[in-house]
Write a protein of this length. Structure first.
Length: 114
């Protein structure tokens, strides 16, 4: 059974930085994508970033500010978030894609004050 545990969330002022981590355990395949989604109050969960062996992808609103990386030996994915904005406030969820299902972490709260 795959398990994902996020950490690194918190309260930060606008312009600050946070680094999220997601430790995965269980049958993790290096060729499967891992990534981050977020859900703000009253909004649907949205894609933030994902990483595969070949490339990384980002939602337009975080390009140039967020960087996703992955330690394949430790089954850990990171999200470095710089120049944070109040609109980045959300619960951030780690995601691991397999077929026929996705796995999700429990989420970590990121709050950016103005």
């Amino acid at each position: 059974q795959v398990q994902l545990v996020e950490s690194g969330g918190g309260l930060v002022q606008a312009g600050g930085s946070l680094r999220l981590s997601c430790a995965a355990s269980g049958p993790i395949m290096n060729n499967n994508d891992m990534g981050w989604y977020r859900q703000a109050p009253g909004k649907e969960r949205e894609f933030v970033a994902a990483i595969s062996r070949r490339t990384a992808a980002y939602v337009d609103s975080v390009k140039g500010r967020f960087t996703i990386s992955r330690d394949y030996a430790k089954n850990t994915v990171f999200l470095q978030m710089n120049n944070l904005k109040p609109e980045d406030t959300a619960i951030y969820y780690c995601n691991y894609k397999t077929y026929p299902r996705d796995y999700w972490g429990q989420g970590t709260q990121v709050t950016v004050s103005s």
